[in-house]
Design a protein around this ligand. Structure first.
Ligand SMILES: Nc1ncnc2c1ncn2[C@@H]1O[C@H](COP(=O)(O)OP(=O)(O)O)[C@@H](O)[C@H]1O
Ligand SMILES: [Mg+2]
Length: 252
């Protein structure tokens, strides 16, 4: 988790693109950006210092944005100077999704994922087998040609005019087509679903409904190992237990 910094330390750089700042609202949701601020109710600015160890995620978001902006927010401008790496996105006026059982946001999310683009050529991405290699000896089963977001924190899903939008494409990953629904399942269980209910929801997506069972079970075990390893640094206290619960259900 990265501490937020005042947007004022990058004010001049932001104003180069937005004009004079007449209103600025720092955003509390989210975990990784030093700057996360809504400017003039029109632009969402996300920034890391150029020497931040994860500054490469800013470039990843720039590269993937043209391919995902129809299900996300469009990138309006970028600024990499004076020690900052900033991305300015169109401001989306919405509210974070609710993952509680029965939430209408879940249907909206299924509709959004059904419109996911395929993995674009020429964009640098994490490779799923490598990403989870240290948590599974069957990580080869996670390989594939699909694009996955992988960070299913509800703070990354905004409901805008009744439609779900996926933000924060910092970790685009190439792998099996069922990976996103599988990552979502862990959050659904952490939000009150039983593993059976969570899988039923994910099965509304053909990619998950047709996923090889052995591969999904190996992925559930890898998620359990990963969230246990992340421990108290996890963005939600229930994730380790939720993933363990799912893995146990799959192996029963
Ligand atoms: N385009 C946008 N419009 C409105 N709010 C946004 C936009 N992008 C992100 N946010 C809000 O800012 C928060 C942090 O942004 P995010 O991209 O998730 O960064 P972080 O890396 O800090 O998690 C999100 O959880 C969301 O509430
Ligand atoms: Mg986020």
């Amino acid at each position: 988790m990265t501490e937020r910094t005042s947007w004022r330390s990058a004010q001049e750089l932001i104003e180069k693109h937005t004009g004079q700042i007449t209103s600025a609202r720092s955003v509390n949701e989210g975990y990784n950006s030093e700057i996360a601020v809504v400017i003039n109710e029109t632009t969402f600015v996300k920034g890391l210092r150029a020497d931040h160890p994860r500054v490469w995620t800013q470039e990843r978001e720039r590269q993937i944005n043209p391919h995902v902006c129809h299900v996300s927010a469009a990138l309006l401008w970028s600024e990499t100077s004076a020690g900052w790496d900033l991305n300015g996105f169109e401001f989306l006026d919405g509210h974070p999704a609710t993952y509680l059982p029965g939430s209408h946001d879940l249907e909206r999310i299924v509709a959004m994922v059904a419109r996911w683009p395929s993995a674009p050529a020429g964009v640098e991405m994490k490779q799923a087998p490598l990403r989870w290699a240290s948590y599974s000896d069957r990580a080869d089963l996670f390989a594939g040609d699909c694009l996955s977001h992988t960070d299913w924190s509800p703070s990354n899903v905004l409901i805008v005019h009744g439609q779900a939008r996926m933000l924060d494409w910092a970790w685009p990953t190439k792998g099996a087509c069922w990976l996103d629904p599988a990552c979502w399942i862990v959050w659904l269980i952490a939000s009150g679903h039983t593993p059976e209910q969570a899988e039923a929801r994910a099965c509304e997506l053909r990619t998950f409904a047709t996923a090889p069972k052995e591969a999904v079970s190996a992925f559930a075990a890898a998620q359990a190992a990963m969230w246990e390893d992340i421990g108290e640094h996890a963005p939600h206290p229930g994730l380790a237990a939720a993933a363990a619960n799912w893995a146990k259900y799959r192996s029963a």
